[in-house]
Write a protein that binds this ligand. Structure first.
Ligand SMILES: *Cc1c(COP(=O)(O)O)cnc(C)c1O
Length: 223
């Protein structure tokens, strides 16, 4: 069995290698270690190995594990990478340090209201459904420009970039390229894209945040 900390070091090395390969500045890609479904005891070794940026896809689950881990370790940065219900906006803003899944006006407004109330103006990404998949969250590519403007200028959210999850059965490169293009024309310079199976590819298309779970923590029970 390979330990999570060894896998972490391998993923870090692969990211640095991809940065070099694609002429990206060293250290320009941030690793978000996706710890969903894993318990605090399984996450702790990765914290002890120095990783501080983590991703979770469920508000409730994150609320159960991260307050305790934040007491044990300084400087943890927790990113919400999963879909958000507007009735969870309060807990999400209190629990997370960044939100990757803004994809409709109702969520944008709920987040903004909570951020003001809690004085926590969190950086946000807009999730784009690049594959236009019916079952998938995210705003359609054709609607992104208008939605970015609405979130930034109307609602007043701090939108720093775009996020996508390519269709499972397609080559990810064209989706990463599309996300990069949409971000560029909207003046957004952060790209949250790339998972265990494709993060080196994402680095080649300008990813600034890769979200890597199973390559670090091992396979998940379906959740
Ligand atoms: C689970 C998840 C990941 C990590 O997936 P792996 O294939 O385990 O690396 C990344 N992004 C999102 C949105 C996820 O839900």
């Amino acid at each position: 069995m390979t330990s999570a900390e060894n896998c972490l070091y391998e993923v870090q090395a692969e990211i640095r290698a991809a940065e070099a390969e694609f002429a990206r500045p060293n250290g320009s890609v941030r690793l978000i270690a996706v710890s969903k479904t894993f318990a605090a005891d399984q996450i702790r070794p990765v914290l002890e190995a120095g990783q501080r940026v983590f991703g979770e896809n469920r508000v409730q689950e994150a609320m159960g594990k991260w307050p305790g881990l934040r007491n044990e370790f300084d400087d943890i940065e927790l990113h919400l990478i999963g879909p958000l219900q507007s009735n969870k906006a309060k807990e999400a803003v209190a629990t997370f340090d960044a939100i990757h899944s803004v994809d409709r006006p109702k969520i944008a407004r709920a987040l903004k209201a909570e951020m003001e109330k809690q004085s926590r103006p969190l950086p946000c990404f807009i999730q784009v459904n690049t594959g236009e998949e019916q079952q998938k969250a995210g705003i359609l590519p054709a609607d992104v420009d208008g939605f970015v403007a609405e979130c930034r200028d109307g609602v007043g959210l701090n939108i720093i970039g775009l996020m996508c999850i390519p269709p499972i059965d397609e080559a990810p490169g064209e989706h990463f390229a599309l996300l990069q293009k949409i971000a560029e024309r909207n003046g957004l310079d952060q790209l949250s894209m790339g998972m265990s199976s494709d993060y080196p590819v994402a680095v080649g298309f300008g990813a600034t945040h890769v979200r890597v779970g199973s390559a670090i923590f091992g396979v998940r029970d379906k959740a």
